[in-house]
Design a protein around this ligand. Sequence first.
Ligand SMILES: [Zn+2]
Length: 261
Amino acid sequence: MTEIDGMGTDRAYCVLAPNPSAMTLDGTNTWLVREPDSSDVVVIDPGPKDDVHLRRVADTVGSWGARVALVVLTHGHPDHSAGAGRFVDLVGGGVHVRALDPRHRLGDEGIVEGDVITAGGLELHVLETPGHSDDSLTFWLPADGAVLTGDTVLGYGTTVVEGRLGDYLGSLDRLRAFCADREAATILPGHGPKLDDPLAALDHYIDHRRERLAQVEAAVAGGARTAREVVEVVYADVDRSLWPAAEWSVQAQLDYLNERS
Ligand SMILES: [Zn+2]
């Protein structure tokens, strides 16, 4: 597997947080993005409230002779956002944190579909991609053909759908069309290694969701009624520590199937 810490593109650089788990894979990827040699850095997802990690992010920016111009969040889950306030303090304060969900902002600037974030010549385009969470965003870095997907698409495995499955499936279809249209070169995820074949990765995600839906339908047809009962059938071969998360995911699938029927 690719080395995650230090991976990236010409403009994006990953600092891996030391918070590995079944849910966060190797840990959270904090992305530092800037134009080559620019002194303005945008930090995407400072990560958990872990001083060693946050200092390492700040030190990396410092080692470039640059400064943090802005912090943005792919979504509000704590493994991405909890360290944001502390990070802003560490770099001297005054930096805004922009997020879709107002509860995770610092400063009064929001962020919505179609926004273009600029810093020192850098351009990041904002796409709303709900599903993993209601507030999930994806950032498109056109200069590198890179898509920063947060937890909407991970470097391996599959993501948990906490929001509505219909939204998530729509986001995957939309990202696939977007990546095909823009000839995206790489996905830079919120966890795990980067993916240099975005369309293959998205097809894999879309196929996986369809398969799981078919399995859930079959489990229901076989008599399973609650999300837990479905999980016991469909996720029988999956580590039990992931079952509570799977239950969320299955509930979303049951809701989706009920809405459709
Ligand atoms: Zn995450």
